[in-house]
Design a protein around this ligand. Structure first.
Ligand SMILES: Nc1ncnc2c1ncn2[C@@H]1O[C@H](COP(=O)(O)OP(=O)(O)OP(=O)(O)O)[C@@H](O)[C@H]1O
Ligand SMILES: [Mg+2]
Length: 496
């Protein structure tokens, strides 16, 4: 209902050149709400905010204020003020004049005339604003004598002195150190309560978003991924991106192994969600949902601690389970190198349906022959894909565009293969890997087959030919059809 929302974005899109930086954005913001746009750098947060402020015009769609289209209203006619990441204060003016600057230019209607504000009126407004940001005694201080946090509070005072209905804050705490950020977060929440106006806040810090907001809007590539309360976003992420972005998470590709059973990290776990057997899923595990048990329990998957960081109230451990990492938090002090059994309760296993467009192998690696190893099988691949603009030398090393030489032997990579890029061979001898057809799904004009190898790895492919379940077939993929991404940075493999 538009009646209830102060701001509504309707099918708003914005592109620069040919890229959509904001893509069909739909959002309703209620009066008095604290809404946060959260997403990685470049996802379109600032652009969206600038369209609400009027500094930028949408290419498509509408922006409504109390139900009225303001898409083309100039900024100064909107009841909106913005606080930017870098506090744009006037260094040559004192605190009072910085805050009063806009007020001195402002005209208000007085009967049928317009007039400027009186000195007393300005005084009162400035004092009020300073009270809200908790800097009452600072009126005559020079800007350069203030700390970063104090300067940012002055910037906020300057924005709220105009009594906007909506305050836009674009990473206002970005320039502050961690301690100051934490303090300012609490103060911002207080200010929001005191003022009772709508805050639209931008950050790429998930913790900040969860702490401050009534509603979080998670964005990626100009598109909304999820809108919800902090609890909803944290506890019920709608996809793997949100899960990963909100808090530390372990995310794996999995397969439904049976009724309330899911297979990932080469182990079958009990879960609470029901999906059709053999469905490909994303599995999300929060580090706090993994318990470390003695390693003599046969039923538990084993992991070895490879790293340990003390985090104040708990330790964060990274364990290796085969070639997979799992992050675990635990209050107990444990030794690096020790092996534990991992216990994950069924309700700690969050399963999300995966729209399968490609096969993704997150625990692949490059062998000494420059082949990519997936499920113990070595596939021909083009390792120059690991460094943009690089070329392969006769000795098997790769030379980057800047002349750096790389040796990728044993490098961990993520390999992707499209569903139509896997060739089925009836003669297993000619194949790179072989496996058994474990599922056949008819997709209208083709079949989608899942072929499971002896190493329990699945290859999913689309074909128009008919096969039978349990057929053993061989698979082959052209080198150019395997896309590769390094885990970690290329410089790790640079030759000195
Ligand atoms: N005026 C412009 N011309 C061309 N491209 C632009 C312009 N403004 C923004 N972009 C591009 O649009 C995309 C989104 O930018 P935007 O500033 O909205 O991101 P953001 O989410 O605020 O990122 P950050 O967290 O780094 O501030 C980026 O790829 C950026 O390079
Ligand atoms: Mg930005």
């Amino acid at each position: 209902m538009t009646e209830n929302s102060i701001i509504e974005l309707k099918n708003v899109s914005k592109h620069y050149d040919s890229t959509n930086v904001v893509d069909n954005f739909n959002l309703k913001i209620k009066k008095g709400e604290f809404v946060t746009f959260l997403g990685p750098s470049g996802c379109g947060k600032t652009t969206t905010l600038r369209m609400i402020a009027g500094f930028e015009l949408p290419d498509e769609g509408q922006i409504l204020l109390n139900g009225e289209d303001i898409s083309y209203l100039p900024p100064y006619k909107r009841p909106v003020n913005t606080v930017f990441q870098k506090y744009a204060l006037f260094p040559h003016l004192d605190v009072y004049d910085n805050i009063a600057f806009g007020l001195k230019l402002k005209k208000v209607s007085d009967g049928d005339k317009m007039r400027r504000l009186t000195t007393d009126e300005i005084d009162e407004k400035v004092r009020n604003a300073l009270k809200i940001v908790d800097l009452e005694e600072y009126e005559w201080r020079n800007i350069s004598t203030l700390s970063g946090g104090q300067q940012q509070r002055i910037a906020i005072a300057r924005a709220i002195v105009n009594e906007p209905e909506i305050l836009l804050l674009d990473e206002p705490l970005g320039a502050l150190d961690l301690k100051m950020r934490k303090d300012m977060q609490l103060e911002l929440k207080e200010m929001h309560k005191k003022l009772g106006i709508t805050f639209i806040y931008v950050t790429h810090d998930q913790e900040e978003a969860l702490t401050l907001s009534d509603t979080v809007v998670v964005m990626k590539d100009g598109m909304i991924q999820q809108i919800g309360s902090p609890e909803e976003i944290y506890n019920e992420p709608e996809n793997a991106f949100v899960a990963n972005f909100i808090g530390e998470s372990n995310i794996y590709s999995g397969t439904i192994a049976g009724e309330k059973k899911v297979r990932f990290i080469n182990h079958v776990f009990d879960c609470v969600d029901e999906f059709p057997k053999n469905e490909k899923v994303d599995v999300v595990i929060r580090p706090e949902d993994v318990r470390l048990k003695k390693d003599d329990d046969e039923s538990l998957v084993k992991g070895k601690i490879v790293s340990k960081i003390f985090k104040g109230i708990h330790y964060e451990y990274i364990l290796m389970v085969g070639r997979n990492e799992i992050v675990v938090v635990d209050t107990k002090d444990r030794e690096v190198g020790k092996t534990y059994g991992l216990q994950i309760k069924p309700d700690g296993i969050h399963i999300m349906k995966k729209e399968l467009h490609t096969n993704t192998y997150t625990d692949a690696y490059i062998d000494k022959n420059n082949k990519v190893v997936i499920s113990d099988a070595a596939f021909d691949c083009d390792i120059t894909k690991l460094v943009k603009g690089s070329r392969l030398e006769e000795d098997g090393t790769v030379t980057g565009p800047d002349g750096t030489s790389y040796d990728f032997t044993d490098a961990d990579v993520i390999a992707e293969i499209g569903l139509t890029d896997i060739e089925i061979l009836d003669y297993v001898e000619d194949a790179t890997v072989s496996g058994t057809i474990v599922s056949i799904i008819y997709k209208g004009d083709h079949y989608q087959l899942t072929i499971r190898t002896e190493q329990d790895e699945d290859f999913v492919l689309d074909t128009e030919y008919t096969y039978d379940e349990n057929d053993v077939v061989g698979l082959k993929v052209k080198a150019k059809d395997i896309s590769l991404k390094l885990k970690g940075e290329a410089k790790k493999y640079a030759k000195k």
